[in-house]
Ligand binder design. Structure first.
Ligand code: NAD
Length: 249
């Protein structure tokens, strides 16, 4: 039976691969993204998806999004909190607006998306919430203070939500990807190289692949398979967990 799946930040990258994987197995996916035009375009390439505008940092936008989704589909079964972004700077130079933006998108956003999905999930006694954290949810890297703070923080949110909903047919888990071939990685390389005074190749090896055992960027589809599994019936007893898809770190 078709489920109603929300994937935030799904206009591209890992989120789009997750949306594609859910549609392939027969679900409807709401591609909910700050970039509305890209969300609509991405949804048009899938057989059972719709693009929605969503700014996960705004409570009003989150409420308006769920109202629109409930008007369209009547319910929500799965929420994947995937929207994210990176900003590279040392702590002493980190602009406060960027700090707030990263924490708002990757920690407060998942909180708001969970808060407004849970009443419907509790009513129907079924729900799956999956947070896309990062290997940087457990491991620091230079110049990524806000990113690491948000990615460590969302693991706390995930565990508490799992505990609060454990007897309601709802599971809440976090997936911690290693380096994945997307724009998020491509955009940060020049800045990392500039900070360290190295080439882009050296920055890739030092910051991104240096600590990873497989020494390769992962493909978005390698992350989406785990997300789809966590949302499945077979994963009903898995909650409050943190699952790395890292290539070894
Ligand atoms: N790429 C990696 O190596 C990697 C590794 C670990 C974790 N992650 C995490 O995976 C997730 C997806 O990353 P990606 O590499 O696909 O990034 P990406 O930059 O390719 O895509 C991110 C998407 O999030 C959307 N977005 C940004 N702010 C938003 C907001 N306020 N509201 C709604 N949507 C918003 C963007 O418009 C974009 O479509 C992020 O949470 C990221 O931190 C990525």
């Amino acid at each position: 039976m078709e489920r109603v799946v929300v994937v935030t930040g799904a206009a591209q990258g890992i989120g789009f691969a997750i949306a594609e994987a859910f549609v392939k197995q027969g679900d409807f996916v709401a591609i909910a993204d700050l970039n509305y035009e890209a969300a609509v375009k991405a949804a048009a390439t899938l057989s059972n998806a719709k693009g929605y505008f969503l700014d996960v940092t705004s409570e009003d936008s989150v409420k308006a999004f769920y109202n629109e989704l409930f008007d369209d589909k009547g319910t929500v079964d799965v929420v994947v909190n995937n929207a994210g972004l990176q900003f590279i700077s040392s702590v002493e130079e980190f602009p406060i607006e960027k700090w707030h933006l990263l924490v708002d998108v990757m920690m407060t956003g998942p909180f708001l998306m969970s808060k407004y999905a849970l009443p419907e999930m509790k009513r129907k006694k079924f729900g799956r919430i999956i947070h896309i954290s990062s290997a940087h949810g457990k491991m620091p890297d230079k110049y990524k203070s806000a990113y690491c703070a948000a990615k460590y923080g969302v693991l706390g949110l995930s565990a508490v939500t799992a505990l609060e909903t454990a007897q309601d047919g709802i599971t809440v888990n976090a997936v911690l990807p290693g380096p994945v071939r997307t724009e998020l990685i491509e955009r940060q390389l020049p800045k990392l190289a500039e900070k360290d005074g190295t080439t882009i190749e050296e920055a890739l090896n030092h910051h991104i692949l240096g600590k990873q055992w497989m020494k390769r960027l992962l493909e978005p589809e390698e992350v989406s398979a785990t997300v789809v599994f966590l949302a499945s019936k077979e994963a009903a007893a898995i909650t409050g967990e943190q699952i790395g898809v890292t290539g070894g770190i």
